[in-house]
Design a protein around this ligand. Structure first.
Ligand code: UDP
Length: 357
């Protein structure tokens, strides 16, 4: 039996790993050891996902969070290496683009343990984003690159991956598997009583939260939309909450605590528009047939822009207001099954079983 050692640490990784873990449990050819780095640790940023999504309890809790990027990544590298030396896994499985992804991949590659990267090949072409640095480096040292989209495969070929040892597989997007699997279990958030058709917003990207002008411009737009267009519902990321408090900005929208995934699905199903700077939420809007307006200058999910389902508006107050007003209530359809239709986890597990290193 092959041993898969999975490294996760941040909210979107819990969601992605839940569907792959389930598929691993359904086969008797693989066994999984789960390592939680601790990058996200609040009850509503971590525990709730383990409870709701049936993710097995992690075998290792490294409890590493806070500090600068280098500090956090360095501490993770040290602790993950110890686990890898002990567990002697056949594969290390990492997800997405966080510091946990890079630390896990780097620790494994240095020990010559093959790395499988889920969500490989995505690029924003903005090298100032910490996520872009993490994903480029992780792809470079991975042996299987599980790409969610055709454009991700093209990005890798453009970077010369065809001549490298890595195996490139277009498997579709595990987040679609997850959205489809949990759609029927959607749960209305406690004490939530905003009528359908609200603007569901998330805001946490460093490029917005760590830039006072961008943050102020976005908040001005949200306040305007809430007052004049439709209620803005904002499950507020703890990092953003801290920055807003520090800068003394006044946020006049319906702020709620971060919600669990089942509540997030409910909000997506009942929203009239999604306004976000998240990576994952852009696609989830699409999975639930909602138009999306993205408060970033680039996106890794270019096919949504091409399909007209998503629009990039940066942090320009007027552009956000105009796009949101125009797109509110619009229904979008997934005519070309852009993200694989919900079979990504199965494909990933098949490959992990098949490929011998
Ligand atoms: N999410 C959630 N509760 C919230 C906000 C987001 O469950 O209050 C989910 C969301 O549905 C998506 C994932 O978290 O599946 C996205 O994570 P995030 O936006 O933090 O990261 P990104 O996708 O930008 O890496």
């Amino acid at each position: 039996m092959k041993k898969i050692l999975t490294i996760i640490g941040a909210r979107p990784q819990f969601i992605k790993a839940s569907v792959v873990s389930r598929a691993i449990q359904e086969t008797d050819e693989l066994t999984e050891v789960l390592v939680h780095t601790g990058q996200h640790f609040d009850a509503n940023m971590s525990d709730v996902f383990f409870n709701q999504l049936g993710i097995p309890r992690p075998h290792y809790q490294l409890d590493i969070h806070g500090g600068s990027h280098g500090d956090m990544t360095g501490r993770m590298l040290i602790e993950i290496e110890k686990v890898l030396l002990k567990e002697k896994a056949d594969w290390v499985l990492v997800y997405g683009d966080t510091n946990s992804t890079l630390a896990g991949a780097l620790a494994a590659a240095k020990l010559h343990i093959p790395v499988a990267h889920v969500e490989a090949g995505l690029r924003s072409f903005n090298i100032r984003m910490p996520e872009e640095i993490n994903r480029i480096l992780t792809d470079q040292i991975s042996r299987i690159l599980f790409c969610p989209t055709d454009s991700a495969v093209t990005n890798l070929y453009n970077e010369g991956f065809a001549s490298k040892l890595a195996e490139i597989q277009q498997v579709g997007d595990v987040m679609q598997d997850s959205a489809m699997f949990f759609a029927k279990q959607a749960a209305q958030p406690k004490d939530f009583n905003v009528a359908d058709g609200f603007i569901l917003t998330t805001l946490h990207r460093a490029e917005n939260t760590d830039n006072p002008e961008r943050l102020a411009a976005i908040i001005e737009a949200l306040n305007h939309l809430h007052k004049n267009t439709a209620p803005v519902v904002l499950p507020l990321h703890p990092r953003t909450r801290n920055v807003i408090a520090k800068q003394g900005l006044s946020l006049d929208v319906q702020v709620i605590d971060p919600v669990g995934y089942l509540e997030m699905i409910w909000l997506l199903q009942h929203a009239g528009l999604v306004l976000t700077d998240s990576g994952g939420v852009q696609k989830e809007a699409f999975f639930f047939n909602k138009a999306c307006v993205t408060m970033r200058d680039q996106t890794e999910w270019v096919e949504l822009i091409e399909a007209g389902a998503n629009e990039l508006v940066g942090a320009d107050t007027q552009a956000i207001i105009n796009a949101a007003g125009k797109k509110l209530g619009r229904v979008v359809e997934d005519e070309n099954s852009l993200y694989g239709g919900g079979v990504a986890a199965k494909r990933i597990v098949e490959q992990l079983k098949l490929i011998e290193i």
